[in-house]
Design a protein around this ligand. Structure first.
Ligand code: NDP
Ligand code: PYC
Length: 343
């Protein structure tokens, strides 16, 4: 670990970040299998320059553990409700281990049937979704993932929370390259971004949310106590509703309002489900499979030829830098993380 020249930040190698995350999660009482899965996700987030879902999440995850929101030693249970469907009951544990347990069978079924779905039920979710779709695209599959959260977001035309921040993630394989991946909240931004602004004492853009009286505000704390807004007006609002339905009632799990009700004021991470879809291009294309990759590359080239960037380009670039330079986090965050080891 080194103090950066301004002493406001701390630099950690990836190994140091991983070891810190594991120590904190173990000290919080999480079982070894969950520690591994959860620490990897947080380090991957920090490594890829996704601060809102990186090491900051150690504060969030340990808070949920301390409040009894998470089952620390849950053993995910896998079953097959239909030939192309996989279900993993996470037993109230964090979602990462449940995904690891379900992933091999999801891949196998997608290859066998051309399309397959994995429902994670009864999991606590604090994380980004790109790790799931990137892993599946790395296996040559096209992937989609959705999860509701807590009711923090107002529908377009209203000012009171109904939806979660409800991310949508998509992954597409690329020959010899990292997959094409996007992953974003259907709210104007992830709630984690607003939490980071609150910690840093910074304002938020006026179109991110409303205060508790339904008035626009740039004060992060007021948006957190009021309602966030969807991205893209009615379009983000409809997509947020779709995520509620697909990864809630469709898979027999909670909506964001139900998750907030189940939280009963503890302010823990969302509890509920995640839906992950995997498609094998060979299912549609048979012997012609492979051409789809070249045609996709032509599309990506046309985007980049205009000077526009692909989603995930920034993240992969950050990954390449972190591999030799490590990660830099605010010193205040580092201090708060170390305090978790003193409890
Ligand atoms: P952003 O609004 O920052 O959007 C992120 C996505 O858009 C990334 O794929 C990013 O690629 C891409 N992107 C950003 N700018 C551009 C650009 N100029 N051109 C092309 N692509 C671009 O993220 P959010 O704040 O909405 O979400 C952040 C994270 O929060 C997500 O990973 C999401 O899964 C997570 N989240 C998790 C929730 C949960 O319940 N578990 C709830 C809500 C959010 P790149 O990474 O390369 O910049
Ligand atoms: O940043 O909105 C968010 C979020 C919710 C759950 C995990 N991350």
């Amino acid at each position: 670990m080194t103090l950066a020249p301004d002493a406001d930040t701390v630099r950690l190698s990836l190994d140091e970040a991983r070891s810190l995350a594991r120590r904190v999660l173990s000290a919080a009482g999480l079982s070894p299998a969950h520690v591994e899965a959860v620490a990897e996700t947080m380090v991957a987030g920090e490594r890829d320059g996704c601060a809102s879902h990186g090491l900051y999440r150690l504060l969030v995850a340990t808070d949920s553990i301390a409040k009894g929101v998470v089952s620390v030693d849950a053993v995910p249970a896998l079953d097959e409700p239909a030939p192309a469907l996989v279900r993993v009951d996470g037993g109230g544990g964090f979602a990462q281990l449940a995904f690891e347990r379900g992933r091999p069978l999801l891949v196998e079924k997608a290859r066998r049937f051309g399309i397959a779905a994995l429902a994670l039920n009864n999991v606590v979710h604090f994380a980004a979704l790109w790790p799931e779709v990137e892993a599946l695209a790395g296996e040559g599959l096209v992937a989609l993932a959705f999860t509701p959260s807590h009711a923090w977001v107002a529908p377009e035309g209203g000012t009171r929370p109904v939806f979660g921040t409800n991310p949508v993630a998509f992954g597409w394989p690329r020959p010899g390259r990292h997959p094409f991946v996007f992953d974003f909240a259907t709210s104007a931004t992830a709630r984690g971004e607003i939490e980071l602004r609150r910690r840093a004492g910074q304002p938020v853009p006026a179109d991110w949310g409303y205060d508790a009286d339904g008035a626009s505000t740039t004060v992060a704390k007021e948006v957190l106590a009021g309602a966030m807004r969807t991205f893209g007006g009615h379009k983000g609002s409809a997509l947020a509703a779709m995520v509620e339905l697909l990864a809630g009632p469709l898979i027999g799990d909670l909506t964001s309002q139900e998750s907030l009700d189940a939280d009963a004021g503890r302010k823990g991470s969302p509890l509920g489900g995640e839906l992950i879809l995997a498609l094998d291009p060979a299912g549609f294309l048979g012997a012609a499979a492979g051409q789809h990759l070249q045609r996709a590359e032509a599309l990506f080239e046309a985007i980049q030829a205009q000077g526009a960037r692909l989603p995930s380009e920034r993240r992969y670039a950050a990954r390449a830098v972190s591999a030799h330079e490590g990660v830099t986090i605010p010193a205040a965050l580092h201090r708060d993380i170390l305090k978790l080891l003193e409890r």
